[in-house]
Design a protein around this ligand. Sequence first.
Ligand SMILES: [Cu+2]
Length: 194
Amino acid sequence: MKNLFLFLLFSYVLFSSTSNASEIEGIVSSQSKKLENAVVYIKKIESKKFLPPKKPVVLYQTGLRFVPHVLPVIVGTTVNFPNEDDVLHNVFSPGHINRFNLGTYLQGSNKAVKFNKPGVALLLCNIHHEMSAFVVVVETPYFAVTDSNGNYRISNVPPGKYSLSVWHEEMKPQIKEIKTSDKGIITINFMMKK
Ligand SMILES: [Cu+2]
């Protein structure tokens, strides 16, 4: 009897927590291929402000690469940049927003940056010119990065009308006006151009 009660309670909690939101999913491609590392996101919701995560997000320097190559975050998020290689690395962002230079530092060291402005920050290492990454700073928690097949999925989106944006490092950004309802999944595909 007790187990049945717990099961019903669990079902209720599960149902009630998912009943008022929907999911957005789809594929991002260009003419020739599916695009990995595209960021699909709701840029802004008027009258709503979202807090960044309390814990820093991590972008590693490992194997002479930045991992992940593309990292979407909410405005105000602190990103740690630990050096996991046995060589010196540097991290700098040359753009006009979120511009910084952390200097060079050794394996085992960590430096952090708080990303206070929305926009895309290109990250480079002045020692290894092949290293690059992008921190995509957005104003909502509703974002996703496409996998190697171009697929993305954004969960727990409240019902409403939104501008859904897509960014990819080699393509022109796009925006689609969308509407989500109380429940279910909507599919929004993007075909991007250079
Ligand atoms: Cu480096």
